[in-house]
Ligand binder design. Structure first.
Ligand code: SF4
Ligand code: SF4
Ligand code: FES
Length: 317
């Protein structure tokens, strides 16, 4: 039996409207109908001006990504009735962190420009005699990254991208790992150096949203962590991100907690740290930062140091 479902769509035509507005529709929906099928029906029976993008209808082209009841998703693999049961209605908006061109359509040019920045193709090393022999483990390392369908959902929920439009972004970082993690790639170090620059992989705040909302299980954050680990192994450490990680590791080993003052100094250097003093004082006043002199070292620091020792021994084995 069909259920009458309410759809609320954020509409906007920059050529005709000053501001976006909400438009409501109702539709009889059967179990199994996707949001994309509902939109197609609405756009043919109710409102032919409604703009949205789609192609494959099978969750493989990435073009129908939009905000569905507050979160990014693919319209073609989201069930209307699931959303209706969850929220009592289906609210559709364009992807966030993107410029709207019309209704649910967004301008993907910045997305592709970000991809371009990471050189999105293999630069192969010389083929060994007998050809490449790629192990299952080596293939698995880049397997998830290869599942990316370039839908832009991760960029839409990225905190860093929201405040820094120059950030490389999770989707392009996933693509970068696709090549850095490929045994055939010749320019791994060059790529890692480039990704360690400002607006690169170290600017990710690890909010985990990209991993949470990726419709293909690509796990962009885990990919970013792999890029960072690889850069550290390559001893690419002269940037604030890598310095911050080293300062954090050192701080916990030394005092068993985050020594914010020392970490700031080691990450930013003396001059830039001076500018952080008012912020540090505010944190101190609000109890967000243990006093470095009153609480120098935690109790049982030896237990923490044992963990460090064990990790070092495991690494050496
Ligand atoms: S990583 Fe996931 S969310 Fe991001 S573009 Fe690729 S498929 Fe979409
Ligand atoms: S984990 Fe990093 S890349 Fe992913 S959404 Fe958060 S800030 Fe962006
Ligand atoms: S239409 Fe291709 S992913 Fe939805």
């Amino acid at each position: 039996m069909a259920t009458r479902v309410k759809f609320i769509v954020k509409r906007f035509d920059p050529e005709r409207h000053k501001d976006p507005y909400w438009q409501g529709y109702t539709l009889d929906v059967e179990e199994g109908m996707t949001v994309l099928e509902a939109l197609l029906k609405l756009s043919t029976t109710e409102d032919t001006t409604l703009a949205f993008r789609r192609s494959c209808r099978s969750a493989i082209c990435g073009s129908c990504a939009m905000t569905i009841n507050g979160y990014p998703g693919l319209a073609c693999n989201t069930q209307v009735m699931d959303e209706h049961r969850r929220k009592g209605e289906v609210v559709l908006e364009p992807l966030r962190n993107h410029t709207v061109t019309k209704d649910l359509l967004v301008d993907m040019t910045p997305f592709w420009n970000r991809m371009e920045r990471i050189t999105p193709y293999l630069m192969p090393a010389r083929k060994p005699e007998g050809g490449w022999k790629i192990t299952k483990r080596e293939e698995e390392k880049i397997d998830r990254a290869q599942r990316c369908i370039m839908c832009g959902s991760c960029n839409a929920v990225c905190n860093t991208q929201q405040i820094d439009p120059h950030f490389t972004g999770p989707s392009a970082l996933v693509k970068a790992w696709r090549f850095v993690g490929d045994v055939r790639e010749k320019e791994k170090r060059k790529r890692l150096l480039h990704l360690s620059d400002e607006h690169g992989m170290w600017d990710c705040t690890r909010c985990i949203h990209c991993t949470e909302y990726c419709p293909k299980g690509v796990e962009p954050l885990e990919t970013i962590e792999r890029l960072r680990q690889k850069a550290m192994k390559e001893r690419i450490k002269g940037n604030p991100g890598a310095k911050h990680v080293m300062a954090l590791v050192d701080s916990v080993r030394r005092v068993g907690r985050l020594d914010e003052a020392a970490m700031t100094f080691k990450t930013l250097g003396l001059l830039r740290s001076i500018g952080m003093i008012p912020f540090g004082l505010k944190m101190e006043i609000h109890g967000k930062m243990p006093h470095p002199i009153l609480f120098p070292v935690i109790d049982n620091i030896e237990e923490v140091r044992k963990i460090y020792k064990k990790i070092r021994e495991d690494e050496e084995e």
